[in-house]
Design a protein around this ligand. Structure first.
Ligand SMILES: Cc1cc2nc3c(=O)[nH]c(=O)nc-3n(C[C@H](O)[C@H](O)[C@H](O)COP(=O)(O)O)c2cc1C
Length: 393
């Protein structure tokens, strides 16, 4: 959606605007987290414990190269959009994320719980990775991944770190199964305080229908989020052999998302993963696990260059990206940061977030005296004792 709203200079400002613009229940769905929020907070706080080596002041590079590749796709900066269900955040939805990331020259992951058909998203950003949970029968999984492949998805992300944690101390938003008259009456008080949000939806043809089209069969009525969540809860968790089967049937670039342990990283590689993401699902799963950045050095060590290593969780600024790359990540994935941008200003807000990160990465590289992200190493970062919280054992 074309927009004249102002550019924001930090991800934190995007968050503030998202909070002002979204109805409380939608904003709280983005805050997410689980239980006491220990992991949610640690994902962000851990970056502040890492410091940079003192900057150089002369002989600095005149230009910096931020480009790399992930799952075979060239990207202009080492940041891609992590898959998230962006239900109801903004009418631009996943197509808006596709536009913002395409304009930024990077790739995106599309959640199987997303609100827009994979065909429409891939058309806008062909650098698309489809994300699947282990849900339903193997036939259903094949049907869903084949549909994504037909649509042009270039890679598959299988997310394994979900154990159906429920409850958070700050309360879970009451999300209706669908937006019918009863739901509208219940949500009306929130809508009245957020007229801009309601207007955006109404001028785009109506309120979100909260369905998940990529989990259904094309041409049939799309299932609801909660219907599919039920299917997922009833599906027995996969074995590593199951993951190897999925990898085999997909055949292309394949990422295992949610790896926090060196032994699991090695098993993912044995199962054929071409990439892994060191991730605790943005603090939305088992609360009390350490920040993902604390696990990164140990996992990167275990992988030893046999697969691409990504990191997601807590990235809020360009210097966070630089810290992650210095400690062994090829690139990072962001979740809340672009969701806040999308909420604040549609696809332009997504682009804005990537531009903020690009600027931050570039200025950090300049200060550290590097002309390319490939020059980063652990020597650029001061890691305090006990940073890994015993994770390397
Ligand atoms: C609202 C929300 C929805 C998410 N939905 C998914 C999803 O459908 N699939 C998935 O693999 N990860 C999902 N995630 C996790 C993100 O992909 C990513 O791991 C996490 O957001 C990274 O942390 P950050 O938000 O601090 O950047 C979701 C995260 C949030 C906040």
């Amino acid at each position: 959606m074309a927009s004249t709203r102002e550019w924001f200079e930090t991800v934190e400002e995007a968050r503030r605007r998202a909070r002002r613009r979204l109805p409380r229940s939608v904003y709280m769905a983005l805050v997410a987290g689980s239980e006491k929020g220990v992991t949610l907070q640690d994902n962000v706080a851990a970056f502040s414990e890492l410091r940079f080596a003192p900057p150089h002041i002369a002989d600095l590079p005149a230009a910096r190269d931020l480009a790399t590749s992930v799952l075979g796709q060239d990207i202009a900066l080492p940041v891609i959009a992590s898959p998230t269900g962006v239900q109801a955040v903004h009418p631009d939805g996943e197509v808006g994320v596709a536009r913002g990331t395409a304009e930024a020259g990077t790739a995106m992951g599309l959640s199987s719980f997303g609100s827009m058909p994979v065909e429409a998203v891939a058309e806008v950003n062909p650098k698309l990775f489809f994300q699947l949970y282990w849900s339903g029968s193997k036939d259903q999984m094949v049907q869903r991944t084949e549909r994504a492949r037909q649509a042009g998805a270039k890679g598959l992300i299988v997310t394994l770190d979900w154990s159906f944690s429920n409850g958070r101390d700050w309360g879970s938003p009451a999300i209706p199964e669908k937006i019918d008259l009863r739901a509208l009456i219940r949500l009306a008080p929130e809508g009245i305080t957020r007229p801009g949000y309601v207007r955006d939806w109404l001028t785009h043809g109506g309120l979100p229908d909260l369905t998940v089209p990529n989990m259904g069969v094309p041409g049939e009525q799309a299932p609801t989020f909660f219907g599919v969540y039920g299917e997922w809860m009833q599906t027995p968790p996969p074995s590593w052999d199951d993951i190897a089967w999925l990898r085999e049937q997909w055949g292309g670039p394949f990422m295992v998302k949610g790896v926090m342990r060196p032994d699991d990283a090695r098993r993912a590689i044995d199962a054929g993963a071409t990439a892994i993401s060191v991730s605790n699902h943005g603090g939305n799963n088992l609360d009390g696990t350490p920040a993902s950045i604390r696990a990164l050095p140990g996992v990167a060590d275990a992988v030893g260059g046999q697969a691409e290593v990504l990191l997601d969780g807590g990235i809020r600024r360009g210097s966070d990206v630089v810290k992650a790359v210095a400690l062994g990540a090829r690139a990072v994935m962001i979740g809340r940061a672009y969701l806040w941008g999308l909420a604040a200003n549609g696809s332009a807000g997504v682009r804005n977030v990537f531009d903020v990160l690009r600027g931050g990465i570039d200025s950090t590289l300049l200060a550290l005296g590097h002309s390319a992200i490939s020059e980063l190493s652990p020597d650029d970062v001061i890691v305090p004792a006990e940073f890994s919280r015993g994770l390397h054992k």
